[in-house]
Ligand binder design. Structure first.
Ligand code: BES
Ligand code: ZN
Length: 790
């Protein structure tokens, strides 16, 4: 899910009056239907009229790095379905200087009047004569605009080379509603058309776009004109072009698709993993979908300043550096998993999203849910030894259950019209809850609709009475008082203390009962977390489960152990279960060896630690901390301080040692300090285990002072590894000095030394500590305008 500055700040302001960003679906009858020149704008709705359909865009973009502006000309072949005197399309922040229409059947030019309606991000072209139904016209529009300073539209990006030289590039990011910031267009996903892109630029740079290049011409004025082949029929939000001086590496897929990875020259050695895995993923999906990828090339580009994680533009996927580049020397196992998942996610979109597209943004979950599911299918297929199912459950299952229990949640499919509402659709619900639904698309439509058309999810309560088991469903919310009549169709699965055979039934009523043999001591429901619901066991069964965990925990799979922990602590925080009961289920953890249950336990402990720290209840804080160090202490002290082991073992090690040093378990802290200082004394030349670099940097800052911090800042500036830079930056945020915290925030907003894309990381990192409340909040208040316009 994208992490955006706007999402952090602007969206929290919905409801504030006077915000130009927040607009009604239709403009109000009086003022807002006037165009900027105060003439009446011919269209009221934020949605475009359906009687004019775009068929083919010829887009010519001339970018000038010296003035940081671009000139555009777009010629759109349109088909008129219903006689009309006006054409409405989207346009935002463009200075339109010419517009004319040519009727294809008469070849006559028709002059047009231009009206703008910035509230709906629309422009209208009015002709003196009516356009005839059934005819086609070429609409030509000339315009200019500055390269955008935000992260969307056609925007400029600065980056610094190792020698300190400043470089610039220009890239696009359009989804969901920013194509209109680069060229006037019918910016709605169902209005698909062909695109023929031409980019004019200086000789120092080169251009890439969705399609392979057709011709590249050195013009008499010394500029280069690159023409690209026309695209397939596609939505405007998928159009892309990048003008840069990057280096690239390529490889061929078995079917002959040329896959290339682009990055700044100094980082090209970090593209090997993405190139290798990119080819494999492409081949996997071609086989899986049984539809060949329809373009002869696929470009993957690392953009040095990028708001979200990655974007699936057809044939030209753009990434944040940390989502594409992998440095074998300094990146962690988790970095490698992340690069693979993101690449698979965006390549899955080449089919799901690009080839097949939702008609409107209310159904963005079809795009994102499916890609969020397929990224795991592909990764699991290519790297079974990574156990990415654990990551799937953490990223999607547990996360969606949490998010969807808040009052502020919403149903998966939601009516939206304005750009602001559309942007809000890209959230945990559309990604994670939908990913879980995508996993079982094979279910009948009726079952699906109870999950997609209503928000929230059920709590299934189990009550034993003699030979009967009563199964009841209720909505699960964090406020128990809320009663609702929602009913779900729940694929309910379980096994019992007597038989590991999984039984299943579809719950469709509020309450059902089934027979259960007397000898059964407990049942475990929602086997392996395959259903999107929580389970509450009656206390007697709950105690039997606890007993079983202590006797022999391996009767339950690691998914099930994690599920028991997660459900228990969530029921406790909701008040249905006493906290001492939840803690007693966690008491078996001293013998737990697997990543997922430990991670689940850690998530809940850390959450509580934060709450106590924020409320200043240090007594409870220390109790929880001690609980954690007692439960996991032995496993912590047996960890090796290297990169050995399987991927899950490495991930477990990072988790345990981060907690051990974070909560100052002494042997671990000493060991870490020792490693850190040896590294510092060698000016960063001694080798550090790549998985442990981040935690060692944090120990260095937390337990050190000015000297350690400055040393790490120097390493930050020298490093060309974006993943290592990220770990250093996160460590720098752990400083106790207010001046240093402010410096980090300010510097990143200036986009100097620290990129603005990392502002979100800094804020999140600082805000996670109670000491930083005031600093962060004051900074945000003082810089409100800057933050909301970026
Ligand atoms: N289509 C999205 C990118 C996007 C999101 C554009 C929101 C505009 C608004 C892309 O496929 C995506 O989902 N990216 C994720 C990373 C992914 C691996 C989950 C992101 O950017 O966080
Ligand atoms: Zn996506």
């Amino acid at each position: 899910m994208p992490i955006s500055l706007k999402a952090i700040f602007v969206l929290t302001m919905v409801g504030t009056s006077g915000m130009a960003l927040i607009q009604a679906d239709n403009c109000a009858p009086s003022e807002s239907c006037l165009a900027t020149n105060r003439m009446t704008f011919p269209w009221r709705s934020a949605r475009l009229p359906s009687f004019i359909v775009p068929e083919h865009y010829h887009l010519n973009i001339h970018v000038d790095f010296a003035t940081q502006t671009f000139k555009g000309q777009v010629k759109i072949l349109i088909a008129v379905m219903k006689c009309s005197r006006f054409i409405v399309l989207h346009s935002k922040n463009l200075n339109i200087c010419e517009a004319f229409l040519e009727a294809i059947h008469t070849q006559k030019n028709i002059s047009l009047q231009v009206l703008q309606a910035p509230n709906n991000e629309q422009v209208a072209f009015i002709s003196n004569t009516s356009l005839e139904a059934g005819r086609k016209y070429d609409l030509t529009i000339g315009y200019t605009a500055p390269l955008s300073t935000s992260f969307s539209g056609f925007y400029k990006v600065f980056y610094t080379t190792k020698s300190g030289a400043q470089r610039m590039l220009a890239a696009t990011h359009f989804e969901p509603t920013s194509a209109r910031k680069a060229f006037p267009c019918f910016d709605e996903p169902h209005m698909k058309a062909l695109f023929s892109v031409t980019v004019v630029h200086s000789q120092q740079n080169y251009a890439i776009s969705n399609m392979p290049m057709r011709t590249s011409l050195l013009r008499a004025d010394g500029l280069v004109e690159d023409r690209f082949l026309h695209s397939l029929k596609m939505s405007s939000y998928l159009v892309a072009f990048v003008v840069s001086d990057f280096t690239s590496r390529s490889a061929m897929s078995t079917r002959g698709v040329k896959v290339s990875v682009f990055a700044p020259g100094e980082q090209i050695s970090q593209t090997e993993h993405a190139l290798h895995i990119g080819v494999k993923i492409l081949e996997f999906f071609e086989e899986y979908f049984q539809i060949p990828y329809p373009i002869s090339k696929l470009d993957l580009v690392a953009i040095p300043d990028f708001e979200s994680g990655a974007m699936e533009n057809w044939g030209l996927i753009t990434f944040r550096e940390t989502s594409l580049l992998y440095d074998p020397e300094t990146s962690t196992g988790l970095n490698k998993i992340w690069v693979t998942l993101v690449t698979a996610h965006e390549i899955a979109h080449q089919w799901f999203g690009n080839l097949v597209t939702m008609a409107w943004w209310n159904d963005i979950w079809l795009n994102e849910g499916f890609a969020s599911y397929m990224e795991f299918v592909a990764t699991n297929h290519l790297k079974p030894e990574w156990s990415v199912e654990d990551q799937f459950l953490i990223n999607n299952f547990f996360r969606a259950l949490k998010q969807d229990s808040f009052d502020t949640s919403h149903q998966i499919s939601l009516p939206v019209t304005s750009s602001t509402q559309i942007r809000q659709m890209f959230d945990v619900i559309s990604y994670s809850k939908s990913a879980l639904q995508a996993g079982r698309m094979t279910d009948v439509k009726k079952i699906m609709s109870t999950w997609t058309m209503q928000k929230g999810y059920p709590l299934v309560s189990l009550r034993r009475n003699g030979g009967k088991l009563f199964i009841t469903q209720n909505v699960f919310t964090l406020h128990v008082s809320e009663k609702s009549s929602f009913l779900w169709q729940i694929p309910f699965t379980f096994y019992t203390s007597n038989s590991s055979t999984v039984r299943s039934l579809l719950l469709i009523k509020k309450e059902v009962s089934i027979d259960l043999p007397k000898e059964v001591l407990w049942i475990k429901a929602n086997v392996n977390c395959t259903g999107f619901y929580r389970v509450a066991y009656d206390l007697q069964m709950f105690h039997m489960i606890i007993h079983q965990l202590r006797e022999s925990d391996l009767v339950f799979s690691s998914n099930d152990r994690a599920n028991l922990i997660d459900d228990s602590f969530n029921l406790a925080s909701q008040g249905t279960l006493k906290y001492n009961e939840a803690f007693s289920i966690s008491l078996y953890l001293w013998k737990e060896k697997e990543y997922l249950p430990i991670r689940m336990y850690a998530i809940h402990m850390v959450h509580m630690l934060k709450r106590f720290a924020f409320s200043g209840d240090w007594c409870s804080f220390h109790l929880i901390k001690t609980h954690m160090l007692v439960m996991l202490g032995e496993l912590m002290s047996t960890q090796r301080w290297d990169d050995s082991g399987t991927m899950p073992q490495q991930n477990l090690r990072v988790l345990l040692l981060s907690m051990a040093t974070g909560y100052k378990q002494l042997p671990a802290t000493h060991r870490a300090q020792d490693l850190f200082y040896r590294w510092m004394e060698s000016d960063g030349k001694t080798w550090l285990p790549r998985n442990l670099r981040g935690l060692l940097f944090r120990v260095g800052v937390r337990n050190g002072g000015d000297e350690e911090w400055r040393f790490l800042l120097k390493k930050y500036m020298e490093s060309t590894s974006s993943t290592d830079k990220l770990s250093i930056l996160q460590a720098l945020c752990r400083t106790r000095s207010t001046a240093k915290k402010l410096w980090l925030l300010k510097t990143s907003l200036l986009n100097h030394v620290i990129k603005t894309q990392d502002f979100g990381t800094i804020i999140r990192q600082l805000a996670s500590s109670p000491n930083n409340n005031r600093v962060v909040w004051k900074f945000v208040q003082h810089n409100w305008d800057k933050l909301t316009t970026k």
